[in-house]
Design a protein around this ligand. Structure first.
Ligand code: AMP
Ligand code: ZN
Length: 136
C-alpha cells in the first residue's frame, strides 16, 4: 500500500526526485537530505509501513539484508572507519518520518558526531524485574 500523504512513499515511488544509490522492485536507497556524515543513506521500502511494528517479518528481513549489502558497498567506496545502523520508531524514539526506514551512517575517525546514549546505573534486582516482565 502507498500512502498519498507520505513523503517517503513519494520518494520511494520516484514521484519526488532523490539521490538514489540503489533501487529494486521492493526498495529504494537514497542519500539523506540532512546527513549525519558523508554517505548517510536511508533504506526505504516501496510499500508504506509506519514502523517496525507494522512491517511484516519477510519485508523487514529483506530490508536488513539490504542494509548489510549497501553498508558493505559504502564502506568500500567511501573508506569509512565504522558504521552505525539506526532505525527509529515513534516520536519518543526520534522518528520524524512515519514510513519505516533504516539509517545507514558511515563513521569516520574524528567525524564529530555523537550517536550514543547515557548508561544508567541499575541494580541486579531491577534487571531481574525487567527480565520477568518481558519473558512472562
Ligand atoms: P527519522 O528521524 O528516523 O524519522 O529520520 C528521518 C530522516 O529523513 C532524517 O535523517 C532526515 O534528514 C531525512 N529526510 C527527511 N526528508 C527527506 C527527503 N526529502 N530526502 C531525503 N532525506 C530526508
Ligand atoms: Zn509511506
Amino acid at each position: 500500500m502507498i500512502n498519498t500523504n507520505c513523503i517517503f512513499c513519494k520518494i520511494a515511488e520516484g514521484e519526488i526526485p532523490s539521490k538514489t544509490i540503489y533501487e529494486d522492485e521492493k526498495f529504494r536507497v537514497i542519500l539523506d537530505l540532512g546527513p549525519a556524515t558523508k554517505g548517510h543513506a536511508l533504506i526505504l521500502p516501496k510499500q508504506h509501513y509506519a514502523n517496525i511494528f507494522e512491517i511484516p517479518e519477510k519485508e523487514v528481513g529483506e530490508a536488513f539484508i539490504l542494509a548489510k549489502k549497501i553498508a558493505g558497498i559504502i564502506k568500500e567506496k567511501l573508506n569509512c572507519d565504522g558504521f552505525n545502523i539506526i532505525q527509529n520508531n515513534e516520536k519518543t524514539a526520534g522518528q520524524t518520518v512515519f514510513h519505516f526506514h533504516i539509517h545507514l551512517i558511515p563513521r569516520y575517525f574524528d567525524d564529530g558526531q555523537k550517536i550514543n546514549w547515557q548508561s544508567q546505573d541499575v541494580m541486579q534486582e531491577e534487571l531481574e524485574e525487567v527480565k520477568a516482565q518481558i519473558i512472562n
